[in-house]
Write a protein that binds this ligand. Sequence first.
Ligand SMILES: CC(=O)N[C@H]1[C@@H](OP(=O)(O)OP(=O)(O)OC[C@H]2O[C@@H](n3ccc(=O)[nH]c3=O)[C@H](O)[C@@H]2O)O[C@H](CO)[C@@H](O)[C@@H]1O
Length: 368
Amino acid sequence: MKIIVSGGGTGGHIYPALSFINYLKTVEPDVSVLYIGTEKGLEAKIVPENGIDFKTIDIQGFKRSLSPENVRTVYKFIKSVSDAKKMIKDFKPDVVIGTGGYVAGPVIYAAAKLKIPTIVHEQNSIPGVTNKFLSRYATRVALAFQEAGSFFPSKKTVFTGNPRAQEVADLTDSSNVLGRYGLRTDKKTIVIFGGSRGALKINTAVVEALPELAKKNYQILYASGEIYYNDPEFLDIFTAFNLKENIKIVPYINNMVEVLNDANLILSRAGATTLAEITALGLPSILVPSPYVTADHQTKNAEALENAGAAIMIKNTELTGKRVVGAIDSLLLDDVRYRQMAESALREGVPDASNRLYRVLKDVLNGR
Ligand SMILES: CC(=O)N[C@H]1[C@@H](OP(=O)(O)OP(=O)(O)OC[C@H]2O[C@@H](n3ccc(=O)[nH]c3=O)[C@H](O)[C@@H]2O)O[C@H](CO)[C@@H](O)[C@@H]1O
């Protein structure tokens, strides 16, 4: 089997693609994969690191306001459709899968025009512009939230969940990952991060909370995001607190699948892929939705978990160091509440998402 995968910009679009590729390699050992991304997206780093063939096209997102940049974007779209067509004709895939982010636009569009079956995977409860546009051309639209179905042609949608959920749920050995970070295995661990790129508001609040957190009987693994780690506002503070026994601060957590398997609680943004991971594991969470995303979709993502009793949501504007410490304590010091939240989280998870997406792929290949 030969497949082309395209998706990117942020980790939330890339990791589901990688998880599905890893899964495919186990069920279709002779599969060959080409990944198409952009040079600027996080995929240019992550995909080659995972040993997957990687090619780029040059494309940018449309500005929502009337802007002369959009003329350039139209030109780039036309050029990148033509580049993607060449790559597709050379590689001859059986199917092309898009996991969102604007890079997937020209690739799926080009494949559809060449009459190659296509699947679009939508991670969010409110779809991004690219996937909405592509749903007219795609053979199937795979959903991670049922709610997203209303934005797409109903005959094309199928609920699969997010493949990253299955990857974290299927892990059997986390290889003492906390020990490798210099943390202990016999203490409760809170993992803190602000999505795949970090979040200034979370960093500011956590920095305010660090003096209190350093006194606690639990431990913290905290990823600030690559762009914030060396910021003069933070670096000295991070260096000083890294000397504390129960605190470890890094720019980015590369082995999140293992880390989540050994975590007790998460504090993070409410990106869809993160939520798929923590629900697959039944991990309670404190969610601070980013207000800077299309149609405020992270708030909808977080509300879905909060309403299910699976998470505590804190509004971005209300996040302070005190709230961080208070929310962590309220869960870790109350066993009954913690267990109930863990059970509720697990009920929301889709730990067989890759199996489901694979069935969709087979159907599409068989013309069903
Ligand atoms: C600002 C923005 O546009 N955010 C969107 C983006 O988020 P973004 O890429 O930040 O968010 P997600 O939460 O969906 O995914 C983050 C991924 O990065 C991983 N991770 C994170 C930090 C780290 O140190 N190491 C690491 O591996 C997480 O485990 C997860 O797999 O795509 C998501 C779609 O899927 C959307 O729901 C988000 O709204």
